[in-house]
Ligand binder design. Structure first.
Ligand code: GLC
Length: 534
């Protein structure tokens, strides 16, 4: 067990740096603020922190549009602040993962500025340029994820460039060896600074169809869905050859003295399960953790969740280690999706399934989406497509730390970049630390339980029952059997099982013996030691 890499047993915590803690009083979170709050992560009991982008950026897509991959944006601090953060995190036993954005840069990146200058530019091929179609329009029908065509005409040079996201985020050409080398150097730079792994952004977009064929229409498209969904992006994304550049990235990690794979790659992947598992690669040369986002979209019902887990477990290759995600900076928060009572059940699910969980900052407090008035919307996705509910500001609001003004996120005189929200301000860390039955307390207990349990951290999974709103599964490790029973409804439920209660989502029935039938209260989840009813 101990020879396994940390990320198999560990738990990853995602921080959106703008919103975690403001150390310099400008209303935007930063590296110093985060360093001062590392104690929270240690107290909570997570193993690693993944930082959304901290690099220099015009911030059109809040840091996912980069002008320099090997520096820190002054908004977040300096490289020295970053080094200090890594040193302090390591001292405290917390690993630091960075967001790597290999697919695109900012349109203001010096590479793109040079590429755009003329057709003869030495860097022209670093990006994806095509001549207009015969009618003068875009070269094919590909759409931008954020709405509109994925091609923008560069009038002075008369060609279109491709961007999977905003026109301010031109896609790099990963078939150009110099691009690949430059990006691998970015990895080397951060590995040399002690970074413990990467979350790889937009991985499915890395390589496009070399023949630039049109995407077919999506038969499941309905009005009201984001316009991107009108086509199936089978030519523009998730191509068969994407594993080859991934293997190149893996080789850099190996060369950097990581034969035991202590530095994982987490791939951001919104693809069906059957496609997702492909990213483990043949013989495990893909990414170690292809993000499994399927809990985010699956109906919150016992049968649906059981079916998802089974399908995923069955699809995993022999060498593939599972992982689970409940939320991130691009999706509505779990407590808003399922309600505050079920959010406790969701936490138990996330932290007792087989595989590495990723926790999104603030979900341990039960933070909810904060409605953002139209005139204050920051997210370019929402600005492009107002009114259809794609905005991501609501799940990116500041972390509430205590009862001070601005919930302790930033000093009293500062104005937080997004509103804190009255509801979230009531859920601050300090208050929840004082309350032994809070959502935060539940997370800490679940994490501690998981850490101590071979069955939960590394054992097998088997569905026991999934009817009548209650999901029951067994986690089994050497000499240990753990049953998890989750009531996914707001009516009381029962499960036929015996054992001793280790933890209830209400934190009030540990040690209780159950013989034959477990009664679950509304919205209650229970972890039991199986066969320990005597
Ligand atoms: C990923 C990020 C998202 C960003 C996009 C473009 O999906 O998670 O926040 O907007 O990539 O980089």
């Amino acid at each position: 067990m101990t020879s396994q890499p940390w990320w198999r047993r560990g738990v990853v915590y995602q921080v959106y740096p703008r919103s975690f803690a403001d150390g310099d009083g400008d209303g935007v979170g930063d590296l110093r603020g985060l360093r001062d709050r590392l104690e929270h992560l240690v107290w909570l009991g997570v193993d690693a922190v993944w930082l959304s982008p901290i690099y220099p950026s015009p911030m059109v897509d809040f840091g996912y549009d980069i002008t320099d991959h090997t520096a820190v944006d002054p908004l977040f601090g300096t490289l020295a602040d970053f080094d200090a953060l890594v040193a302090e995190a390591h001292r405290l036993g917390v690993r630091v993962l960075l967001d790597l954005i290999p697919n695109h840069t900012s349109s203001r990146h010096p590479w793109f500025v040079e590429a755009r200058a003329s057709r003869a530019s030495g860097k022209r091929d670093w990006y994806l340029w095509r001549d207009p179609a015969l009618d003068g329009g875009p070269p094919n029908n590909w759409r931008s994820v954020f709405g509109g065509p994925a091609w923008t005409l560069d009038e002075p040079t008369g060609q279109f460039y491709y961007h999977a996201y905003l026109p301010e985020q031109p896609d790099l050409n990963w078939r150009e060896p110099r691009v690949r080398e430059a990006m691998l150097d970015v990895l080397r730079f951060w590995l040399d600074r002690g970074v413990d792994g990467f979350r790889v952004d937009a991985l499915r977009h890395l390589l496009k169809d070399p023949e630039w064929r049109d995407n077919p229409p999506n038969p499941a498209f309905r009005p009201g869905m984001p316009p991107y969904d009108a086509l199936l992006p089978v030519r523009s994304a998730d191509g068969e050859d994407v594993l080859e550049p991934i293997a190149a990235i893996r080789r850099v990690l190996l060369e950097h003295g990581d034969p035991v794979e202590e530095r994982p790659l987490i791939g951001e992947l919104y693809v069906p399960i059957e496609r997702l598992v492909r990213y483990y690669g043949r013989d495990g040369r893909g990414v170690q953790l292809p993000s499994n986002m399927h809990l985010i979209a699956t109906p919150w019902e016992s049968e649906a969740i059981a079916a998802l887990v089974e399908r995923y477990e069955a699809a995993l290759p022999a060498h593939g280690w599972p992982n689970w995600v409940l939320g991130n900076h691009d999706r509505s928060r779990i407590a808003s999706r399922v309600g505050p009572a079920q959010a406790r059940v969701a936490a138990m699910l996330l932290l007792t399934l087989r595989g590495t969980p990723t926790l999104y900052y603030g979900d341990e407090l039960g933070m909810r989406d904060v409605p953002i008035p139209a005139e204050h919307v920051q997210d370019p996705y929402e600005r492009n497509l107002p009114g259809i509910g794609v905005g991501r500001d609501p799940e990116r609001t500041p972390m509430p730390w205590d009862a001070a003004p601005n919930a302790g996120f930033c000093p009293p005189g500062a104005c937080p970049w997004l509103p804190i929200g009255e509801d979230n301000a009531q859920r601050d860390v300090a208050a929840q630390r004082r309350d032994p039955r809070s959502m935060l307390a539940l997370h800490r207990r679940l994490l501690a339980m998981r850490r101590r349990s071979e069955a939960l951290a590394g054992g097998g999974y088997r569905t026991v029952a999934a009817g009548a709103g209650v999901l029951v599964y067994l986690r089994e490790g050497p000499g240990e059997q753990v049953l998890v029973a989750l009531n996914l409804t707001s009516a009381p439920g029962t499960a036929r099982l015996s054992g001793r209660v280790r933890l209830s989502t209400r934190l009030d029935r540990e040690g209780e013996r159950v013989v034959g039938e477990l009664r679950l209260r509304a919205d209650e989840g229970v972890v039991l030691e199986a066969g320990a009813a005597r």
